[in-house]
Design a protein around this ligand. Structure first.
Ligand SMILES: Nc1ncnc2c1ncn2[C@@H]1O[C@H](COP(=O)(O)OP(=O)(O)O)[C@@H](O)[C@H]1O
Ligand SMILES: [Mg+2]
Length: 391
């Protein structure tokens, strides 16, 4: 069969605008949403034009065209006004984004899409939830999905918020006193950057104060020197902030964040995994660990989570997914459930109060699953026995 020589019905040139590769046809109409990002990027980098062809089935496709005598023009103004074309592209990106979620991250589809949508729409995002539920992991995953310059700051680990967020003044005898700006200053001046502010809830209150104007949609500037009203740095176009905060019935060192600061964020609450999801995640991560034991780990974690949320809670927090993952790593390395629990779970629970302590309570739950035979029956029997002694 002879191959037909096709003629393109449209020709576009690719222009880079910020982090996007826009396609403009000969009439100055934007065709970005019709062409995949990869094709546009390649055309821009290879400095060639793209043509639209209609295939035999009637479907259109885009490919490189050479030796054409028309020049697609870029309109005078390339300001990003949300047009229908753009909107279609954004919609498509958000709603097909679940495939970008790493398999090893357990997060439901709606939450993930909401996260992507907030980032695409330039919102300040705050991921909340108890410790070890995947906030940092989800934040990093969304940053990776976006194909934009990214920066990471762990605000919970710094004792010097001013140095981290603004910079330091140094003295050298040859230069005298000089100021070296922080990486954060560079980050906020990078158009389209995604900036992760990890453990914002643990940050020093000075960090929160510095960030107030940066995060405010109406202000968006960083004040370099609180004494001097002039020295400010503008946050560049398209910069998105993604913060994480431990919030929940935790007795950690988390400080209570200012309401005014919280108000500057769109909150994305990370869910604590259900027993089924926990089980699925652990089985996926540890295919070589006995599935029954993994099932028991998921049950233990869920029992502690339910207990910590009950009105008569005897423990202040449940076992986190971070801990169940660590524990399964120990199982994989040949430790048994009892040993793995002793080193990874128990140290997290207070042992004061002896038999009435949180640690004793958690130990009892774990031990029910360490015995041979029908664990669940045993658990129920003991619960019944316990209930009877109360009478
Ligand atoms: N929802 C989740 N999906 C997959 N893994 C998780 C999840 N939550 C926690 N983990 C595991 O726990 C570890 C710690 O999670 P992390 O994101 O650091 O928690 P957080 O920031 O909420 O304290 C991760 O590296 C991962 O192994
Ligand atoms: Mg974290």
């Amino acid at each position: 069969m002879a191959r037909q020589t096709l003629t393109p019905d449209l020709i576009v040139r690719i222009e880079k605008s910020g982090v996007r590769f826009n396609a403009w046809d000969t009439d100055g109409v934007k065709r970005t949403s019709e062409i995949t990002t990869t094709t546009r990027k390649k055309a821009f980098e290879g400095d060639y034009l793209l043509g639209r062809f209609v295939g035999r089935t009637g479907k259109t496709f885009w490919r490189r065209v050479d030796n054409v005598d028309v020049t697609p023009s870029t309109p005078e103004s390339t300001v990003e006004v949300p047009t229908d074309h753009d909107h279609a592209e954004v919609l498509n990106f958000i709603h097909s984004s679940y495939s970008l979620k790493p398999r090893g991250l357990m997060m439901n589809e709606l939450k993930w899409k909401y996260l992507i949508r907030s980032a695409v729409r330039g919102k300040n995002i705050m991921m909340t939830g108890p410790a070890g539920c995947g906030k940092t992991m989800a934040a990093k995953s969304v940053v990776n999905s976006l194909d934009r310059p990214d920066y990471y700051f762990n605000l919970g680990a710094t004792q010097d918020p001013r140095g981290t967020l603004i910079g330091n003044t140094h003295f050298e005898s040859s230069k005298g006193t000089y100021f070296s700006e922080s990486l954060f200053v560079k980050a906020i001046q990078t158009p389209g950057a995604v900036i992760l502010l990890d453990e914002l809830s643990r940050a020093h209150p000075d960090a929160w104060n510095i960030l107030m104007t940066v995060l405010d949609y109406g202000q968006r500037y960083l004040r370099l020197d609180e004494q001097d009203n002039q020295a400010t740095i503008k946050v560049a176009e398209g910069v998105t902030f993604v913060a994480t905060a431990n919030i929940g019935n935790e007795y950690t060192s988390t400080r209570v964040m200012d309401k005014a600061l919280m108000d500057r964020f769109t909150i994305v609450e990370m869910d604590v995994l259900s027993e089924g999801d926990e089980n699925e995640l652990l089985n996926y991560m540890f295919p070589n660990v006995d599935a029954t034991v993994i099932g028991n780990v998921a049950k233990i974690a869920t029992l502690t989570r339910t207990e910590s949320n009950s009105e008569t809670a005897r423990i202040t927090s449940g076992i986190s997914t971070r801990t169940t993952v660590e524990l399964c790593g120990l199982l994989y390395d040949g430790f048994n459930l009892e040993e793995a629990s002793e080193v990874s779970i128990y140290p997290q629970y207070d042992s004061s109060g002896g038999v009435d302590s949180e640690r004793t309570f958690v130990k009892q739950i774990v031990q029910k699953f360490c015995d041979d035979g029908s664990n669940e029956d045993l658990f129920n029997e003991e619960e019944i026995a316990e209930a009877e002694t109360v009478d």
